[in-house]
Design a protein. Structure first.
Length: 155
């Protein structure tokens, strides 16, 4: 099954970069011709472009929710809280996928979101808070659990 693992975030917005960092760690671990690992600094409609051509997509992103900072959660599109993009010129992931489906786009059969709870508000900087940094190995493990039959590099 052709799978995309996509870390999402902003590398200069402190904890928002946690998805990017998880993807970096996964690149050291996973090697399989059916798995692409990439990063994106965008959301909404632009994410749909990244997802085309894949049967399964695993998104890794920071989430601002009521969970303790550093909590790692697994969501499906159905269980993901409906929200709006932080960009006023874009839409949420759910809205973007609904729009693309209405246009007849070929979308992944399965979309999984691995979210790492982060604190609010965000400030500019490149360092993660300790709880977000400590969450990276748990997020990596959660992604690897989504890829049970994929070859892994030895550590």
């Amino acid at each position: 099954m052709k799978t995309l693992v996509l870390g999402i975030g902003n590398p200069i917005l402190q904890n928002d970069s946690v998805g990017l960092r998880v993807a970096d760690e996964l690149e050291k671990t996973i090697v399989h011709p059916d798995v692409d690992i990439d990063t994106a600094y965008t959301g909404g409609l632009n994410l749909v472009d990244c997802m085309r051509g894949f049967e399964k997509v695993i998104l890794i992103d920071a989430v601002k929710d009521e969970q303790a900072v550093g909590t790692v959660s697994r969501f499906t599109l159905a269980s993901l809280p409906m929200g709006h993009s932080n960009n006023l010129h874009d839409c949420s992931l759910q809205e973007a996928l609904q729009f693309s489906k209405a246009l007849g786009d070929s979308l992944p059969r399965e979309v999984v979101i691995i979210g790492v709870s982060i604190p609010m508000p965000e400030e500019f900087g490149e360092d993660l808070c300790p709880a977000a940094q400590e969450a990276i190995p748990r997020a990596v493990a959660m992604v690897l659990a989504e890829l049970p039959n994929m070859m892994r590099r030895s550590s």
